[in-house]
Design a protein around this ligand. Structure first.
Ligand SMILES: Cc1cc2nc3c(=O)[nH]c(=O)nc-3n(C[C@H](O)[C@H](O)[C@H](O)COP(=O)(O)OP(=O)(O)OC[C@H]3O[C@@H](n4cnc5c(N)ncnc54)[C@H](O)[C@@H]3O)c2cc1C
Length: 422
């Protein structure tokens, strides 16, 4: 990017957070609560990332997996508080699905409201419409970050950086090591229909499956749209959310992202008409809302001092340096296929070690959320919103601890205490 130096506005921060998704919100709040001057840069005009832009609709990773009727939190502290506030603002309740999986359905507007309230109350300096474009390094540290804020160049000098961009942006821009896969997990588009005839959730899903199967048998329904499902727990007053799994390969390129957007918009037009004409429950239903972005599940990751392994997840491994807890099984979505689920024991969790959030090579770089240092199978568990909130909060605390020259062990001990405080 070519920028005329005389046009660049200079600003500074103690801690700069890149990306205002679940992890970024939590990281910014944690660092600000420790007294740091925190700047959060978000390229959209609202907070939430996938939780709002792709409207995934349910928060997973908050509760233990078990058959009990009541959902039981696996972590306390910020993650629990944030979830309870979103629950209250959404007027929803935890929902139980097969295999003892509990999750929280939420309203998109409620998620945004709680995020903005948290950022405001904790005096985080938020810049929306701020697209990070470049990073300047000083020996082994990031010295400053250049962003286009409402299309004007602003250079933020900073002491620490927390990358919560969802796609390891810092590493893509040359700070630290980038871990790339050839193809990533399947993307999906969320949309909602209103005017759906009232029936219970299981009947709704069964009707959709039957309609699709019948259509495929007669050749009326394209097989590429067959990964359509109702999102459990979201049916309310005739309104229902759907998730359409996209069968295309996902790569880390803008061409791949454009193909996903085009595919999903064409598919929704077809599906609205098809359901209206072929399924009684949808005869008077209409598409009422389309999530602004296709949901990208995984992308490149930063390389940390440690890597979270698939084995750590399945063994529910506990660690002295564990600073967040993973409670969701491995849910791996290959394009065009059913998800592959792999579970650890009920009523258990695995620890995410602090060093999965600390750059292997850049001294002042931390990361959190869906691009922590983890194997692709492990991130298929740790990418859920509940866990992203927790890794975000931990990264914020660690960055603030370093700022105060607090010994790392002491910072980790305090974070462990907070998450255990259920
Ligand atoms: C289809 C789908 C369904 C899912 N279902 C569920 C579910 O039911 N429950 C659940 O808990 N999880 C679900 N997930 C996973 C979950 O939604 C995400 O993994 C999680 O929200 C990621 O949070 P994050 O903060 O790490 O990243 P993101 O939410 O991706 O946030 C990253 C933020 O960084 C910003 N950003 C990126 N680049 C820049 C830049 N250059 N400058 C400034 N800002 C930038 C983005 O705009 C974004 O706001 C689903 C994901 C998908 C895709």
């Amino acid at each position: 990017m070519i920028v005329n130096a005389s046009n660049v506005v200079e600003k500074s921060a103690d801690i700069l957070v890149i990306g205002g998704g679940s992890a970024g919100i939590a990281a910014a709040v944690a660092a600000a609560r420790s007294g740091a001057h925190v700047v959060l840069l978000e390229k959209n005009t609202y907070a939430g990332g996938n939780a709002t832009a792709a409207y995934v609709g349910t928060i997973c990773g908050l509760y233990y997996r078990n058959k009990a009727r009541e959902a039981r939190f696996v972590m306390g502290g910020f993650t629990k508080d944030f979830a309870l506030q979103v629950q209250h603002a959404s007027n929803s309740q935890p929902f139980q699905f097969g295999q003892g999986l509990h999750f929280l359905p939420y309203k998109r507007s409620a998620f945004m409201e709680v995020a903005d309230k948290q950022l405001r109350q904790n005096k985080v300096n938020v810049f929306y419409n701020a697209d990070v474009k470049a990073i300047k390094m000083d020996s082994q540290s990031i010295h400053s970050v250049l962003a286009l804020v409402e299309n004007k160049p602003v250079n933020f000098t900073t002491k620490k950086v927390i990358d919560t961009s969802g796609n390891a942006l810092t590493a893509q821009l040359g700070a630290g090591m980038l871990v790339e896969e050839k193809n990533y997990q399947a993307a999906a588009q969320v949309f909602g229909m209103c005017g759906v005839k009232t029936v219970d959730n299981s009947i709704l899903n069964l009707s959709i499956i039957r309609t699709i199967q019948k259509g495929m048998a007669t050749g009326d329904f394209p097989t590429e749209y067959k990964r359509l499902s109702a999102i459990p727990g979201t049916y309310e007053n005739g309104f229902l959310f759907f998730k359409l799994g996209i069968p295309l390969q996902v790569e880390n390129t803008s061409a791949s992202k454009s193909s996903l957007e085009i595919f999903s918009k064409e598919a929704i037009q077809f599906l609205e008409r098809y359901l209206q004409n072929h399924c009684d429950l949808f005869a008077n239903a209409q598409v009422h809302m389309i999530a602004p972005e296709v949901g990208i599940r995984t992308g490149p990751r930063n390389e940390g001092k440690e890597v979270l392994l698939k084995k750590d997840v399945l063994d529910a491994k506990k660690r002295d340096a564990g600073i967040a807890r993973g409670a969701w099984p491995i849910e791996f979505w290959a394009p065009g296929e059913n998800p592959r689920m792999e579970y650890f024991e009920e009523d258990d969790y695995y620890d995410i070690p602090a060093y999965c959030l600390v750059s292997a090579t850049v001294e002042n770089l931390f990361f959190a959320g869906r691009h922590i240092s983890a194997e692709e199978d492990a991130i298929a568990s740790a990418r859920v919103i509940g866990t992203c909130l927790a890794t975000g909060f931990a990264a914020g605390k660690m960055a603030a601890g370093k700022l105060e020259n607090q010994p790392e062990k002491e910072t980790i001990r305090k974070i462990r205490e907070e998450i255990a405080n259920i």
